[in-house]
Design a protein around this ligand. Sequence first.
Ligand code: ADP
Length: 407
Amino acid sequence: MAAPTDPRVLVINSGSSSLKFQLLAPADGTVEATGIVERVGQDRGNASITAGDRESTFEGPVPDHKEAMKIVERLFGDVGLSLADDRIRAVGHRVVQGGARYSQPVLIDEQVRWDIHDLGKLAPLHNYAAVDGIDGAQALLPEVPHVAVFDTAFFTALPDAAANYALNRELAKQYRVRRYGAHGTSHQFVSEAVSSHLAAQGRDVSALRQVVLHLGNGASASAVRGGEAMETSMGLTPLEGLVMGTRTGDIDPSIYIHLHRQAGFGAEEIDDVLNKRSGMMGMCGMNDFRDITAAVDAGDEAATLAMDVYVHRLRKYLGSYSFVLGGLDVIAFTAGIGENVPMVRERLLTGLEGFGIELDLEANAARSKEMRVISAPGSKVTVMIVPTDEELSIARQAAEVAREIAG
Ligand code: ADP
């Protein structure tokens, strides 16, 4: 437990219609306050904060992320905390799109702010919100370094063969079309945690080959060798790749045209269908895996098919990434579904014994919040569950940048 006087970092995660925040100690991850402002951009927003046993809520209009930060300040006051607290040494902002350029966390100055705004062309739902969140937080904490931590950073060094689409070269260049990936903070955090865990057991991890499966509402896979990202499933946008809560993941691009020609859908409608009305929700009317697994157990046909499609897609990625890596040492599961749904892990990995993958079914079924190994003792491939902690990772990276500039 961090001492009450230890440095703190405020982490701000501005989503398309929400702003999540956490005040925590980067040293050991002690969370002092956590909360969310929801329905940003709407007349009837709401917000809440929890700080130990103190709680507070807010209801009212939240026109934008700048205003959302003012509500955060108010909630802090409600629970006896202050954003003027001199223990707050940095603010870490999660930024979804950092382009090909931002491979590291950076101190936010005018140029960086402008670049984040400009990269909004690639991530309109997220980067403009991030700029507003940054402006709002800087107005409230003007003396503290603000650091941008990019969700794409871990993937800026992807090999060219993985980063490029086979799209017309001029068009790709002009419109900055490439694989940027997402969830990079989580993939990096998890793969580093796996490496540290295995290194502590005396394993040589210098060329460790991992497939990391971040399975939350948004879901992505990555192939990591010796700590470097070799592939990832999200692309120009977070639509590509795995089946997700409401997103299709991989799809024949001609389906766009087909929907346009046959259903008369325009660009916005197609975007809406593929991102918000597809995936698990679109296939079976549910996107919470607690409901989906119960429906599968009860023999529901749509849920069973959706689960089959979900697992089949995972298998295709696991198989292809194993070849990209030239072999496989570790499969790491993380995020809401990866950490909590034994059915998905069991269905994905059963029958892969010929590839050296043997799940310990009892360990797989056990509930725990801890990092743990769930492969059988003789399994050639180590299968692990690694709870992700993007906020802690952002806090640590922001604290590091703040320390560097303090000299
Ligand atoms: P995101 O950050 O992308 O919103 P999360 O990583 O929080 O997503 O994952 C959310 C999803 O994880 C939920 O929609 C639900 O499907 C699943 N989930 C979370 N906890 C559980 C649980 N205890 N049992 C089954 N599924 C869970």
